[in-house]
Design a binder for this molecule. Sequence first.
Ligand code: ATR
Length: 283
Amino acid sequence: MHDSRETFVNHAFVAGYPVRHSRSPLIHSHWLKTLGLDGSYTTREVTPAIFSDFIALLKSGQSGFVGGNVTIPHKETVIAHVDEADALSREMGAANTVWLEEGRLKATNTDGLGFAANLDERAPGWNNAETAIVLGAGGASRAVIQAVRDRGVRTIHVVNRTLPRARELSDRFGRTRVIAHAMDALPELLTDASLFINTTSLGMDGTAVPDFDFTRMPDNAVVTDIVYVPLVTPILAQAGAQGRRIVDGLGMLLHQAAPGFEKWFGQKPLVDETLRALVIADM
Ligand code: ATR
């Protein structure tokens, strides 16, 4: 994809509505600059009404873009619009990264990879856990379950305020490895799980966080969150105060961006402390 001719410049986008709060331009612009590449990564406000036209122009090769990220509210609908969605994004029913390859528009979902890469970096060996708990059953939870399952964790308990939503996810992934529970099952489940992942906004909408007894978890258990604003979420604060190893969700954001960058600009970018500090300063 990346053309080695000196004069060739690649351009990528993040398309969403609204899109102005996206931190992706900050991340990709930093990588372009540090790698000395002459491309660009810009936001495109694309409403649902014009999304088909946007994709058609992209497919025509006349847009000037080699690909980009799609975000809310297009992550699900984009699947039906591309020429080829990979198995990962088809199973998820959502994609966040598209790129042109030999005239065909392809799509994947990098959220799960980003989630796993963050834990690989901050809690190596996390996937040796036999059992994990995923709190929440929304779209974000689905990406996390997929990643945790694909990295070999045998049993994944999905715990949700609304039990039918957890059941839907369990059905989706085949009920043997992904098991649905209501919130009251948590105390008992914690004793067996060495990985706890929050995918909800619990505690951030003014509601009180229930007292979770993370000390019930086995030694070396890891508690992580996919929310990264604030960096230490109410659940992470609670787990940290109880002496548990915690991993914040910022790394997921940074790592999910890397595969797209590599597709559009042809070079592997670095997720490092400089980038992390840059995004934190913008929060
Ligand atoms: P996303 O796509 O970001 O995951 P979502 O689909 O709205 O967003 O899902 C939000 C998740 O957070 C859900 O699991 C939701 O629980 P319900 O399915 O019961 O709605 C959970 N959630 C949000 N606020 C919560 C709260 N105060 N207490 C418990 N769970 C909460």
